[in-house]
Design a protein around this ligand. Structure first.
Ligand SMILES: [Cu+2]
Length: 321
């Protein structure tokens, strides 16, 4: 079950540091708020108008008070500045280990993962040579060096239980550390308005034990098999001879485009359309029938497929485990 208050349920040292900063700020701000609120209430009561009392004494200007209400907030800001700087160091540790040699530092560090923002889904490239979308897997307890790119507009990558928020900017390489110290499913979201369907640009991170992760890697690295009979084979023909392959890639097939999500292991994913639906056969049929009705404004057009075409295509796509 995903956490309702993800920022307060960190599962990595980076997210923990950010969470601590947030809690510290809430305490400081809460204390200031309480102090001011209580002081106002006390004075409203104490100096309220009573019958037959003269107007209380009026004061104009007080150097002492002005010094206090300048110095105290300034000191608070110094404290907040200090703990923020410390958090920044913890949340975004240096790319190279402190003892890395000069030769190592000269080279560009190869990312453990590359994540590419598209309107309106996340493409995840694994160094093992395969691509998946919207659902990333990572081994528990390992800190991954992740590079972030965009092919279109500015997005923002945010998995609050795992790390801070980093903008994903076209023409620029940004990076982030991703780590989860507990197995589980963590939900993220594009956090920069990037167009009509922005709200359904989610990402699911699944942290697995090293053995489960290795098995997943092995499975994802397999190319798709071409079905040889039945509805799936007919769906394959529709897919390859129709317009689908102009935008989608399926490893091991002639489809190799990179406009829409990579569908090689589509049926193994838990979500569909950036999280707008869970990935079930019925939802897949709804998506193919009219993706614009399911996720208005997304970049897959409505092809007005008839129900037979939908069921053949779905039969094929469901084989892509
Ligand atoms: Cu976005």
């Amino acid at each position: 079950m995903p956490s309702v208050f993800p920022t307060f349920a960190p599962v990595s040292p980076q997210a923990l540091a950010i969470s601590h900063l947030l809690i510290a700020l809430l305490i400081i701000m809460g204390a200031v708020f309480l102090l001011v609120a209580v002081w106002i209430v006390v004075n409203i009561v104490r100096f309220r108008a009573r019958p037959n009392t003269p107007e209380p004494a009026q004061y104009y200007g007080s150097t002492r008070l002005e010094i206090i209400w300048t110095v105290v907030p300034a000191l608070l800001l110094v404290v907040i500045f200090g703990i923020t700087i410390r958090t920044m160091g913890e949340a975004d540790p240096p790319i190279f280990a402190p003892d890395a040699s000069a030769a190592v530092r000269q080279q560009e560090r190869t990312p453990d993962l590359t994540i590419v923002g598209h309107q309106f889904f996340w493409e995840i490239r694994y160094p093992q040579g395969f691509i998946t979308d919207d659902e990333l897997h990572l081994p528990v307890g390992k800190r991954l060096y992740v590079q972030l790119q965009s092919v279109d507009v500015v997005h923002s990558f945010w998995l609050p239980q795992l790390a801070g928020k980093v903008d994903v900017v076209p023409g620029q390489l940004n990076d982030i550390w991703l780590e989860a110290d507990k197995p589980g499913t963590y939900i993220g979201q594009c956090a920069e308005f990037c167009g009509t369907a922005h709200a359904w640009m989610r990402i699911v991170a699944i942290a697995q034990s090293p053995a489960d992760y290795a098995a997943w890697l092995q499975q994802q690295a397999q190319p798709a098999k071409q079905p040889t009979s039945g509805a799936a084979a007919a769906g394959y023909q529709l897919f390859m001879n129709g317009t689908c392959r102009n935008c989608h890639a399926i490893a091991g097939s002639p489809a190799g485009a990179d406009i829409g999500p990579n569908l090689t292991h589509f049926a193994s994913r838990s979500i569909l359309g950036g999280g707008v639906l869970t990935n079930t056969p019925a939802n897949l049929a709804a998506w193919l029938t009219n993706p614009q009705a399911v996720k208005p404004g997304n970049n897959m057009p409505d092809f007005s497929l008839n129900s037979q075409q939908v069921s053949l295509l779905a039969a094929y796509l469901e084989t892509l485990r």
